[in-house]
Ligand binder design. Structure first.
Ligand code: NAP
Length: 271
């Protein structure tokens, strides 16, 4: 396992939560960070912490839903630091959303917020890393919810599953060109934005602990990383059970915290 030091690392979705915490951790080891998200002031404050910890940092406010903006961020990183060694595609949101309450537009929006944001960076990064002598690592913050259809998280589960499949294909195709891919699957993480969203969160961990797991995955570069182990074990076990049995367990877990009747969830809340 090689410690990450002296590398150019792009983090998409670094203004808060797991991404901001990963930036803070990597800042201690003399890296060059390029951090991006939509909220400029929050991003600038993370950038300040990174520089204070001794790493160079370029902060660029950009919407990952805009393919042109994403390509511009990759170009700006290359112009500033000469290339991108590691990219962590971390932008995403998973609101509480039951299938009997969603609109078609809700589902499409969650797909964009968790899948399009990945594609918009994946393509220019593959193009760039394909021309670098030592390729590069592209990591994606997926979710354990991407491994199976989780109640009240259906559109989010589906979007994360799609991203995982796309990245699985890219890994196979692009290994000969030195581009590596890691899908990182956290369980529930206590970030500010999901605080109080009403979803049950068994085995929830802190964002600091989640960031430690993410950095370890960036160092070790497994194809898939899963944490924390109790949630990962639960999901993996559920996947092996007969469907009626796993459905029963999932329904029981989901019903532990009920929304007020008539509530449509809180679209926009990440998980
Ligand atoms: N928290 C959990 O329980 C959990 C569990 C499993 C997986 N995850 C995944 O972990 C990742 C990070 O989530 P988090 O929990 O740390 O939540 P968070 O604090 O909301 O972080 C999400 C980050 O993505 C950025 N972002 C969202 N949409 C964007 C867009 N269109 N363009 C650019 N940046 C965008 C946000 O910044 P701006 O709003 O400033 O753009 C923010 O920096 C997500 O992919 C999430 O699905 C979270």
């Amino acid at each position: 396992m090689a410690r990450i030091t002296g590398r150019t690392v792009l983090i998409v979705g670094a203004s808060s939560g797991i991404g901001a915490e990963v930036a803070r951790r990597l800042a201690r080891d003399g890296n060059r960070l390029v951090i991006t998200a939509r909220r400029g002031p929050e991003l600038a404050s993370v950038a300040q912490e990174v520089r204070a910890a001794g790493s160079a940092c370029l902060d660029l406010a950009a919407d990952a839903l805009d393919p042109r903006a994403a390509a511009d961020v990759v170009s700006a990183a290359v112009a500033e630091y000469g290339g991108v060694d590691i990219a962590l595609l971390n932008a995403g949101q998973g609101p509480d959303m039951s299938m009997d309450r969603v609109s078609v537009a809700d589902v499409a929006r969650i797909m964009a917020l968790n899948y399009d944001v990945v594609v918009n960076y994946l393509v220019p990064l593959i193009e760039r890393m394909g021309s670098q002598a030592d390729g590069g690592l592209i990591a994606h913050t997926n979710s354990l919810a991407g491994l199976m259809g989780i109640p009240r998280q259906g559109p989010y589960s589906a979007a994360k599953a799609a991203a995982r499949t796309l990245i699985d294909t890219a890994r196979v195709e692009l290994a000969p060109r030195g581009i590596r891919f890691t899908s990182i699957h956290p369980g529930f993480v206590a970030t500010e934005r999901i605080d109080g969203d009403g979803l049950p969160k068994p085995f929830q961990i802190s964002q600091e602990r989640a960031a430690r797991h993410v950095v370890r995955a960036l160092e070790r570069e497994p194809a898939q990383a899963y944490f924390p182990w109790p949630t990962a074990a639960l999901v993996r076990t559920l996947r092996t059970l007969p469907t009626p049995l796993s459905a029963l367990v999932l329904r029981t877990l989901a019903s532990r915290t009920r929304r007020p009747l008539g509530s449509r969830g809180t679209p926009g809340t990440p998980s």
